[in-house]
Design a protein around this ligand. Structure first.
Ligand code: SF4
Ligand code: SF4
Ligand code: SF4
Length: 428
């Protein structure tokens, strides 16, 4: 039996896996193998069916039409103009529709940006930090670096006042430079909304989530923890309310409402699916493979596929397959063993299915517990989260005063349990 959800999220891939770049870590390019001989262009029949079905099925007043890739701008502007016409045709009265597009930015020009501005698109732009970090794994099909081309696209978005956010992957080459990456986006790019996505890349030819060995481009758990912590420490002291880091907001939501706003930190999956160029619907963007094919929207309504037992089981599996180690973990409420695609490690007692990022996530949750609790309390009392910055500054002043009074062999005032000389006293 199918119970259609009231709301869901579809990432549509109008060019399938086809892209004008060939980033080393791209998990999607190998998926061309799924459709041998295809031209990888979404036809009008699928386009109209997708938009009509998404708009008809939603029982909430806000709907997102999301485009992703491969590289969706390869479809050309006329495709997206038609998409907007279909949105107007099928939009229910009193429903707001927001269009989003995830792009590498290389093809953006004035015409594109005018269109994106006029139609109030939210653009996600993929850039991994300053030049050398971005170009470490991202390049075009000829192997040439693309940093300058991405920055040109980004400046055009800004010139045309298009809303954008940054999607940066965290990998072996930028994982030790969290603060530098963050400051680059804040101070040089002028971005305010940041998403950090860890690269945990299986070492296989299929691009499917198969096998447990990872490529050396993958971020290590320790790197990922340090990356997030270094950014958090700067953000919480000076940028709360000005800069929005999706991971921090997602964790804070667990403290405030008991459930994260991000799928990766939620107890179950299943509310976001991926739509291929030919109308095939898969359980999730990260599980576009034959085992996770739900059906085709030209044959079975999208809402029915989203409510199908197969998709609901996919959603429940996240919880049902948790290792005992996670069930006993004090961070389960905010972590939920993160994304199932990253569960390639073993627990200390040998149970499979632990998240590769576990150690880094734990370090991050431990480090941020106190300020997260404080922010949650402030929000629950109706105060603004930015008040945290004043509280943190005051706490830091008090801690500095205690450091100044501590003897070398005293317990460190930070509460680590170590001697001061081996902890915060080391650099003094
Ligand atoms: S830009 Fe995105 S879709 Fe294209 S190759 Fe790079 S990671 Fe893959
Ligand atoms: S598999 Fe990962 S990305 Fe997909 S819905 Fe689940 S948590 Fe989200
Ligand atoms: S922090 Fe580690 S042990 Fe705890 S829930 Fe997350 S992955 Fe599991």
């Amino acid at each position: 039996m199918s119970t259609a959800p009231r709301a869901f999220h579809i990432m549509a891939k109008p060019t399938g896996a086809v892209c004008n770049l060939a980033c080393d870590y791209c998990f999607f390019l190998a998926k061309e193998q799924l459709y041998p001989g295809s031209k990888f262009r979404m036809g009008d029949e699928v386009l109209e069916a997708y938009i009509r079905q998404v708009l008809e099925a939603h029982q909430v007043p806000q709907v997102t039409i999301a485009w992703q890739g491969g590289e969706p701008t390869l479809m050309g502007l006329d495709f997206f103009r038609r998409a907007q016409e279909y949105i107007e045709k099928y939009r229910k009265p009193n429903t707001t529709v927001e269009s989003t597009i995830q792009t590498n930015g290389v093809l953006l020009d004035d015409d594109w940006c005018e269109f994106l501005h006029e139609n109030k698109f939210l653009v996600g732009i993929s850039i991994d930090g300053p030049r050398e970090m971005h170009d470490a794994y991202r390049h075009d099909r000829a192997g040439k670096p693309v940093f300058d081309r991405v920055m040109t696209g980004l400046r055009l978005l800004q010139k045309h006042k298009v809303e954008f956010n940054i999607l940066a992957t965290v990998h072996a080459a930028n994982g030790d430079h969290g603060l530098e990456v963050y400051r680059f986006f804040r101070d040089e790019v002028g971005a305010r909304y940041l998403q950090f996505i860890p690269i945990v890349e299986r070492d296989n030819e299929t691009g499917y989530q198969e096998g447990n060995s990872l490529t050396d481009r993958s971020v290590s758990p320790e790197q990922y923890g340090r990356f997030l912590i270094s950014i958090f420490d700067e953000w919480v002291k000076r940028d709360v309310g000005e800069m929005f880091v999706q991971t921090f907001d997602g964790v804070l939501a667990s403290y405030v409402r008991g459930r994260s706003t991000l799928c990766v930190f939620s107890p179950t999956c299943g509310e976001g699916a991926a739509l291929e160029h030919n109308g095939d619907l898969y359980s999730c963007d990260h599980f576009v493979d034959p085992n996770h094919l739900l059906g085709n929207i030209l044959e079975t309504p999208l809402a029915e596929l989203m409510g199908s037992e197969k998709q609901r089981k996919f959603g429940r599996d996240k919880q049902d397959t948790l290792p005992q180690y996670c069930r006993d973990c004090r961070w389960l409420f905010t972590c939920n063993c993160e994304c199932p695609k990253n569960r390639v490690s073993q627990t200390p007692d040998g149970e499979p299915g632990l998240n590769h990022l576990c150690e880094g996530l734990k370090a991050f949750f431990e480090h941020t517990e106190q300020p997260m609790q404080l922010m949650a309390q402030l929000l629950q009392r109706g105060r603004a989260a930015p008040d945290i910055m004043q509280i943190m500054a005051e706490a830091e002043k008090q801690m500095e005063a205690r450091f100044a009074k501590a003897g070398r062999n005293d317990p460190c005032p930070c509460g680590s349990g170590q001697k001061f000389k081996r902890c915060h006293g080391r650099a003094r």
